[in-house]
Design a protein around this ligand. Sequence first.
Ligand SMILES: Cc1cc2nc3c(=O)[nH]c(=O)nc-3n(C[C@H](O)[C@H](O)[C@H](O)COP(=O)(O)O)c2cc1C
Length: 150
Amino acid sequence: MKTLIIYNSVHQGNTKKIAERMGKVLKAKLVKPDEIGLKEILNYDLIGFGSGIYMWRHHRSLLDFVNRLPDLKDKRVFVFSTAGKPDKLSHRRLKEKLESKGADIVGEFSCEGLDKFGPLRLIGGINKGRPNQKDLKNAEGFAKKLIKKM
Ligand SMILES: Cc1cc2nc3c(=O)[nH]c(=O)nc-3n(C[C@H](O)[C@H](O)[C@H](O)COP(=O)(O)O)c2cc1C
C-alpha cells in the first residue's frame, strides 16, 4: 500500500510530530502542500491531510491545495489535526472539500497541541507538552487501524 501524508505545521510543529508518527506506521511519504504535484497524489492508495486548526479550520495552504485537486473518486483519504481545543466541527471544511471531490474518508484523528495564540503566550500557552507520548501512541493506534481497513 502506497501512502502519502500531506501536512502543514506552522505554529509550534505540533502536527508535524503526529504526521511523523503516523508516517512511520504507514511507511508513508510526508510532504507539505507545496512539495507535491496535484496529479502526483493519484499514485497513492491512501492519502492523509493534516495541520493545526486556525480559526476553526485547517491551515489555508491545505484547504487551497485540496481546492485545486483533480477528481478523487473513491480515493481513500484520512484527515487529522492538532488544536488548542480539538472538536469534530473544525474538520468539517476540509472534509466537505474532500467529499466534494469524491474522496472516501476512512478516518479522522485529532489531539491537543501546545497553543500560544495571542494572549495565551503570556502564560506560556495551554496544552504544555502536547502532543505528548500518549497522544503519539494514540496516533500510532489510529494509523494501525487504517492499515486494517485497507
Ligand atoms: C492564529 C491561530 C489560530 C488558532 N485557532 C484555533 C482554533 O480555532 N481552535 C483551536 O482549537 N485551536 C486554535 N489554535 C491552536 C492551534 O490549532 C494549535 O496550537 C495547533 O496544535 C497548532 O498546530 P501546529 O503547531 O502544527 O501548527 C490557533 C492557533 C493560532 C496560532
